[in-house]
Design a protein around this ligand. Structure first.
Ligand code: 13P
Length: 255
């Protein structure tokens, strides 16, 4: 199976940026440029407080809209957290899990990841499970070990039949927001490792359904080269997803 047999998936992660009116403007602009969604999947991961408004504007288009995090319980005494069903209720159809900033700024441990991914799937949210090594880990030659450990935890409750709904994002921590993109070789190597791990875990057929995105300083001028790498099925874009002028050329990387 060649990597282009999987539908390209271009996702924007707004993080804690934009405001309500700029968010809605951006959604309107991107919606207007999207076709029927047949040849690529495009989604934004937006601050939860804007989800209801953003999904209302995105309605009638193939644009996906997701939350940036969740907690795995359905309800309870978890001040400040959001249950999967709450994201669904305000229109989200997907969610990021284990983003680098959740792990490194807010110290979310590996042990939570399997339950978060499972809770997303059980609530009918499409998870993008994020993994990636720090600069120190890369320098110490631990990239593969770290990524595999993160895959083990996040995929601990994954079953073969979940594969088509699962996406993995490889985001080397040192490439996020730094302007320093991983080289084509580095990306190719880690994505190959991830695919092999998935094959061992889920079997070849199911593993080939999982899309693997690259994230970390993706810009209009490197999107095409990154998308040409084997096993790169899409891009998870931070800074360049905040403006139509930079995000549209990334969505249209092959035009
Ligand atoms: P940047 O594209 O700003 O480097 O952010 C990447 C990212 O963290 C997307 O989730």
């Amino acid at each position: 199976m060649t990597h282009r047999s999987r539908k390209p998936y271009i996702a924007g992660n707004w993080k804690m940026n934009l405001d309500r009116s700029r968010s809605l403007d951006l959604i309107k602009t991107v919606k207007g440029r999207l076709g029927d969604g047949g040849d690529r999947e495009v989604a934004f991961f937006v601050p939860a407080i804007y989800l209801a408004d953003v999904t209302a504007v995105a309605q009638g288009s193939p644009l996906g809209v997701g939350g940036q995090n969740l907690w795995y319980e359905a309800n309870g005494a978890f001040t400040g957290e959001l249950a999967p069903r709450m994201l669904r209720e305000v229109g989200a159809d997907r969610v990021l899990i284990g983003h680098s900033e959740r792990r490194h700024v807010f110290h979310e441990p590996d042990e939570w990841m399997g339950r978060k991914v499972r809770a997303a799937l059980d609530a009918d949210l499409l998870p993008i499970y994020c993994i990636g090594e720090t600069l120190d880990e890369r320098k110490a030659g631990k990239t593969e070990r770290v990524c595999k450990r993160q895959l083990e935890s996040g995929c601990e409750k994954i079953r073969t039949e979940d594969a088509h709904r699962l996406t993995i994002a490889y985001e080397p921590v040192w490439a996020i927001g730094t302007g320093e993109t991983a080289t084509i070789d580095q990306v190719g190597q880690v994505h190959r490792t991830i695919r092999k791990w998935l094959v061992q875990r889920l079997g070849e057929d199911a593993a080939n359904l999982v899309r693997i995105l690259y994230g970390g300083s993706v810009k209009p001028d490197n999107a095409k080269d990154l998308m040409a790498v084997d096993n790169v099925d899409g891009l998870l874009v931070g800074g360049a997803s905040l403006q139509a002028e930079t995000f549209l050329p990334i969505i249209e990387f092959d035009r």
